[in-house]
Design a protein around this ligand. Structure first.
Ligand code: HEC
Ligand code: HEC
Ligand code: HEC
Length: 236
């Protein structure tokens, strides 16, 4: 009885999502969604407003990265789609963006739309400079970041940015862990000390094999684990 009902429910769910997709994709699907989402988010494509000529230049530049992936006929089609979808997609992004109580998650979400978080982690800034940088990003983001969120993120960066930079563990983290990862892959996770210890050990082995050196000594591994417990701990 129960399983049967669950199956019926599941069926209904699948059906409704199929209908939703068919409507959402206008029967055939947009080429821009397929071709322009492999190396970065679609948000990145739409967030900065451009003239038709600037769009052409961007698409040409993207084709240059891999001409087999975007062919000339497809580029034309993508351009047409972008021009017709343009303001609606941005409104849609702003309407459906998520709200986060946790400022660390807010930071990771809003500040990875246009570039990965390493851009931020490699920087050394004072409180005042973070305020200025975040304001500038806010003004580029077409409403995707609200004024209040910008203030929260600037505050967060001036409070915790130094943890990732000034502490010995922070310097090791930036120098060693961001070689292979966009920082958000690491900073999205929460673990206790033992959990971080295991992950760092796994990556240490990978890195030693890859770089063929004694890449991270136990004291450095300890510093990184302590740092991540501090910045990524529960409830932050
Ligand atoms: C092969 C990977 C790849 C594909 C496919 C790709 N991009 Fe990009 N895109 C990048 C990279 C890397 C950057 C950042 C560095 C740069 O600008 O070259 C970028 C940056 C951008 C930017 C921001 C830079 C700017 O000048 O505003 C836009 C907009 C963009 N891409 C649009 C597109 C569109 C539209 C498509 C589909 C036609 C696309 N991308 C497909 C790799 C790609
Ligand atoms: C709307 C797209 C967009 C969003 C969202 C965004 N950035 Fe940027 N960011 C850029 C662009 C474009 C550049 C490179 C050009 C420049 O420096 O203005 C950049 C560069 C940077 C740099 C290095 C260069 C500099 O001038 O400081 C930092 C640091 C940075 N961003 C931090 C952030 C932070 C923190 C957030 C989240 C609040 C964020 N970004 C969100 C577009 C964005
Ligand atoms: C040589 C490249 C390399 C370096 C350097 C590296 N990692 Fe990794 N990391 C990987 C690979 C590959 C995986 C996926 C397989 C696995 O879990 O071992 C991974 C996975 C992870 C994951 C799980 C999330 C995911 O994306 O799968 C975390 C968290 C992580 N690494 C943290 C770190 C930390 C912290 C450091 C710095 C001490 C670090 N990594 C350094 C290669 C690296």
């Amino acid at each position: 009885m129960k399983p049967a009902r669950n199956i019926a429910l599941l069926g209904a769910l699948i059906l409704s999502s199929v209908t939703f997709m068919a409507q959402g994709l206008n029967g055939q699907g947009f080429l821009v969604d397929v071709k322009c989402s492999k190396c970065h988010t679609l948000e990145r494509v739409f967030i900065i407003c451009k003239s038709e000529g600037e769009w052409r230049d961007v698409i040409e530049k993207m084709m240059g990265k891999n001409p087999e992936w975007i062919r000339p006929g497809e580029a034309e089609q993508v351009l047409k789609e972008i021009l017709s979808l343009y303001p609606d997609r941005v409104h849609e992004m702003c309407r459906t963006r998520r709200h986060y109580e946790n400022v660390r998650l807010l930071f990771l979400d809003r500040c990875t739309v246009c570039h990965n978080i390493n851009r931020v982690l490699f920087e050394d800034r004072t409180r005042h400079e973070w305020g200025e940088t975040v304001r500038r990003m806010y003004s580029e983001a077409m409403g995707f970041i609200t004024e209040e969120e910008a203030a929260q993120i600037a505050h967060f960066l001036s409070e915790t940015g130094h943890l990732l930079k000034e502490e010995a563990g922070g310097r090791v983290f930036v120098a060693k862990c961001l070689n292979c990862h966009p920082g958000e892959e690491i900073l999205m996770e929460t673990h206790d000390s033992a959990g971080w210890g295991k992950q760092v050990e796994r990556c240490r082995e990978t890195a030693c094999r890859t770089f063929n050196t004694n890449w991270l000594d136990p004291a450095e591994a300890r510093l990184i684990v302590d740092l991540l417990v501090k910045t990524q701990g529960e409830g932050r």
